[in-house]
Design a protein around this ligand. Sequence first.
Ligand code: FO1
Length: 316
Amino acid sequence: MILALAGGVGGAKLAHGLTRILDPSELVIAVNTGDDFLHLNYFICPDLDSVLYKLAGINDTERGWGIRDETWNFMESLKKVGGEDWFQLGDKDLATHVERTRRLSEGQTLSEVTQALCLQHDVRHTIIPMTDHRVGTVVDTKDGDFFFQDYFVRLRCAPEFTGVHYKGMEDAVPAPLFNQALNSPDLQAIIFCPSNPFVSIDPILSIPGVSDAIRQTEVPIVAVSPIIGGRAVKGPAAKMMQELGLPVSATGIAEHYGDLIDGLVIDEQDASLSAQILPTGTGVQVTNTLMKSAEDEKNLAETALNFARLLSHREF
Ligand code: FO1
């Protein structure tokens, strides 16, 4: 069984590649919920929805979030009555938030709600929130601290990034299926998808007990670099690295994860960086990491799995 840690778009793409190789019983996708927030009294889970919509084949590839062929009647009407319109909720997407919020208010856990939504969309692979507790990623900047969506959508990532902290994390525990996967004797590898290390993967690693469990497991931990040729495919990862003074490259990603990972998959464009990364003790696999098609997603998933096999010196 393979455990994948995922954020939004990049995570969803690699997760999709993995689902084309692995049966539902062989894959668990644990998703960042640090971006989640209550908006207009609806509970919004952007990364869970990005993975869900992608696996359901209904994601909007242009925008990178939400549902394709979306309509915006609700937003237009909301604007007309003077409502909050900085965060766009499409008509189709809104149904997910209404139903999720209804189920949560009835006492279901976020894991249960996510499972129900997967079932409704005929998604058979396991998508789970990292935790059923409410945690919020807070982005620390030179202009003050902002909840993630405020920083990302409202402020368009403009303030200078200095770090992150997570509200409510001290009380959080991994979601039951995530915990089960982390401690399963069937676990064969953990893959960090090419998601933002600071605001997508780190929140998952910051849940009490998760990093320790990852350090203790003997299975290979493979990360896929979200930085290609000094740039992030999407989102503020490169800007954040630069503002932190980290090298904006796969080397910076290797530095960030340190000895938590056994191997890093980097892009062909960055092949020469192997010489900087290998001496730190992290293995390197060079391949095409830019996922423009479903074939690219599957190939990258295959490469990451083969790399993990190589690192574990075991067949699976
Ligand atoms: N991103 C935006 O840049 N602007 C939006 O108005 C916006 C709305 C939105 C609604 C639902 C949803 O699931 C995602 C949405 N996103 C929007 C994307 C979201 O901010 C990001 O995908 C993640 O939080 C980053 O991984």
